[in-house]
Write a protein that binds this ligand. Structure first.
Ligand code: GLN
Length: 382
């Protein structure tokens, strides 16, 4: 049988998590919290099911939830979003990305993505029949060189996928970056897909959302994730925000892809946002403390930690331990020290020279300490 994605294997996140579980390793690889969610959210899910909210929700998402999302966007970014025609609840941000790409590009089209690119972008583009033009972000800043983007634009460019905070590089775009992108796309028939799932994990400054940029807003689909904001990646509830014409196209795919999202979860999240309208506002402080804790622990054991501007990951340079390539070092750290991290090179077409692993700090403090202790014992035994 002909494979449509012959070179695609199981994602590095799944592979590393599976291996970490087999080895009983401390898993700072795949991004997910290891602490409890707010019990109030769990109670609201339970209440929603007992109240009988167990049948199909409306295709675009439960109106009560979309209203809460609009209120949240107004609060976060001072923008007005139409509940009926601009918000679609999706099966996590992953579905929002996949459905948006299928809706917006096709055979012969080019899509600009930035390496290290989150691993779901390129397969989605290829399954749509389009082709990725990959522009590398260089360490240590991992920010776009807009002149390179200008040079990569062609009449076939139909979509640029941006991701801020960036996963796995932890960099954040500024308003100036969004201005530069808007300037490049002016008068072009090209849309933007803005992956903003780590919107509330930006440190020391405000998140620059594509939705808050008037010019980009008109051509963008922005995607968000309740899994990240509510510390519950298993919820698989996200949403896409886009002008009505783009939303119409997105929903044509969404309705045949996932159709609707789990009804009790939508009720529960709507109820939770009603009780906690400022939900997400405390995440930057919460995660900055964890970022700084893991950063200092890893620094003490010999890593050189890069300042993470955003996301719940940080990058650590392991040159003081080894000069081997990142995939080999990640394997060694997992097998010998019992600590899982994610190498960056699999996210590049042409990886630059670097000795970096990505570690997730959305973990209990004890977990972060245990990971550092294991690295310390391993380094001392070498
Ligand atoms: N977003 C998660 C991460 O970056 C991975 C999710 C997945 O495994 N697909 O770690």
């Amino acid at each position: 049988m002909r494979s449509k994605l012959p070179d695609v294997g199981t994602t590095i996140f799944t592979v590393i998590s599976r291996r970490a579980a087999e080895l009983g390793a401390v898993n700072l690889g795949q991004g997910f919290p290891d602490y409890d969610i707010d019990p109030r959210l769990a109670a609201l899910v339970h209440e929603a099911m007992l109240a009988g909210h167990n049948q199909y929700a409306p295709m675009p998402g439960l109106p009560a939830l979309r209203e809460r999302i609009a209120a949240k966007l107004a609060r976060s970014y001072g923008i007005a979003v139409d509940v009926e025609s601009e918000i679609t609840v999706t099966l996590g941000a992953t579905e929002a990305i996949f459905s948006a790409v299928q809706a917006l590009v096709g055979a012969g089209d080019e899509v600009i993505i930035f390496d290290p690119a989150y691993d779901s972008y390129e397969p989605a583009v290829r399954l749509a029949g389009a082709r990725c033009i990959r522009i590398p972000l260089q360490p240590p800043t991992f920010l776009p060189d807009w002149d390179r983007v200008r040079a990569a634009l062609t009449p076939a460019t139909r979509l640029v996928i941006i991701n801020s905070p960036q996963n796995p590089a932890c960099s954040c775009l500024s308003t100036g970056d969004l201005d530069a992108l808007a300037g490049l796309l002016r008068d072009r028939d090209c849309r933007v897909l803005s992956d903003e799932v780590y919107e509330h994990m930006v440190y020391g400054r405000a998140h620059a959302s594509a939705l808050a940029h008037a010019e980009l807003r008109a051509r963008s689909v922005a995607v968000f994730s309740f899994g990240k904001t509510l510390h519950a990646t298993g919820l698989r509830v996200g949403y896409a925000v886009a002008p009505p014409a783009l939303t119409t196209e997105l929903r044509k795919v969404h309705q045949f892809n996932t159709f609707t999202i789990a009804t009790p979860f939508q009720h529960a999240i709507a109820g939770y946002l009603a009780e906690r309208p400022d939900c997400g506002a405390d995440l930057a402080a919460f995660f900055q403390r964890k970022r700084d804790l893991l950063g200092s622990l890893l620094g003490e054991v010999g890593f050189r930690v890069l300042p993470a501007a955003g996301s719940y990951f940080l990058l650590a340079d392991y040159s003081s331990f080894s000069d081997e390539a990142d995939v080999a070092f990640a394997e060694r750290l997992l097998n010998e020290a019992g600590v899982a991290g994610i190498p960056l090179s699999p996210f590049y077409r042409e990886p630059p020279s670097m000795r970096l692993l990505r570690f997730c700090f959305a973990k209990r403090d004890e977990t972060l300490r245990e990971a550092a202790g294991r690295v310390m014992r391993w380094a001392n035994a070498k």
